[in-house]
Write a protein that binds this ligand. Structure first.
Ligand SMILES: [Zn+2]
Length: 253
């Protein structure tokens, strides 16, 4: 089987770039792609709050998107970074959860889950702000009944720590030789070129997309997949370090 693709949209909140969101929605609707929407239960992120607020009821909007086949993920709690822990993924040194005691993490996650439930939304997938979570986050997610984490480096969907991991390490869509990859789109900061690239990719490859339920059904605990994920993970972290060092050197030059 050749590669299959998924799309997730991060940072869905009342304050965001709604015109850009609607533009992308049109191409997803045209080709019946069902992206995962990472909804922030109680957005307090000062940067995100600078975007204009949706005119109309945000929760009505999310419920109607869910009714149209979009799956909803819980994207953290308030999207406010409180530690510099890069967690198990090891990519970004900012976290809302990693490094905090278990009870604190559980309270935040339960608080977010409760808010979403009060608005008629139930989620089984967790999307960590800044891709940062640790073993205690995963334990709290299991206790709260989550099944899936949209993160990871394994080529195919995997089962680890008692949860399904759907691989996510690319932002810009591109053709891959194998596996199931989630492209992570930050609608609020996408350039015209990036949006155009998504539109083109979806038009060309829409038959190769899966729903999140389909991707979940492919998850296995296979060792080979996990080992391949570790190799990809350390390569990605290595590339990130090289890029960071180059940037530092350029800035100090
Ligand atoms: Zn985010």
């Amino acid at each position: 089987m050749s590669a299959r693709y998924l799309i997730r949209l991060d940072d869905i909140a009342p304050h965001m770039d709604w015109p850009q969101f609607e533009r992308l929605s049109r191409v997803f609707d045209t080709f019946d792609i069902r992206p995962l929407l990472g909804v922030i239960p109680d957005n307090r992120d000062p940067q995100l709050l600078t975007f204009p607020e949706l005119s109309g009821d945000f929760w009505d909007k999310v419920r109607s998107l869910q009714a149209r086949g979009r799956e909803i993920a819980q994207h953290g709690f308030q999207h406010v970074y409180v530690t510099h822990d890069c967690g198990l993924m090891g990519v970004n040194g900012l976290s809302e959860f990693a490094g905090l005691p278990f009870d604190e993490q559980l309270d935040k996650l339960a608080g977010g889950q409760q808010l979403l439930r009060e608005h008629g939304l139930s989620c089984e997938t967790f999307m960590a702000p800044s891709h940062s979570f640790d073993r205690l986050t995963l334990r709290a997610l299991r206790e709260l009944g989550f099944t899936t984490v949209t993160d990871g480096f394994a080529p195919w969907p995997s089962i680890e720590h008692g949860l399904i991991f759907l691989s996510q390490w690319l932002a810009n869509p591109r053709v891959l030789p194998l596996g199931v990859q989630t492209f992570c789109l930050h609608v609020n900061v996408m350039t015209e070129g990036q949006i155009h690239r998504v539109e083109q990719f979806v038009a060309d490859h829409h038959r190769e997309f899966l729903t999140f339920a389909e991707a979940r059904s492919l998850a296995t605990p296979q060792t080979l997949n996990r080992v391949a994920g570790q190799v990809i993970g350390s390569t990605m972290r290595g590339l990130k370090t090289v890029r960071r060092n180059l940037r530092r050197r350029r800035n100090s030059a």
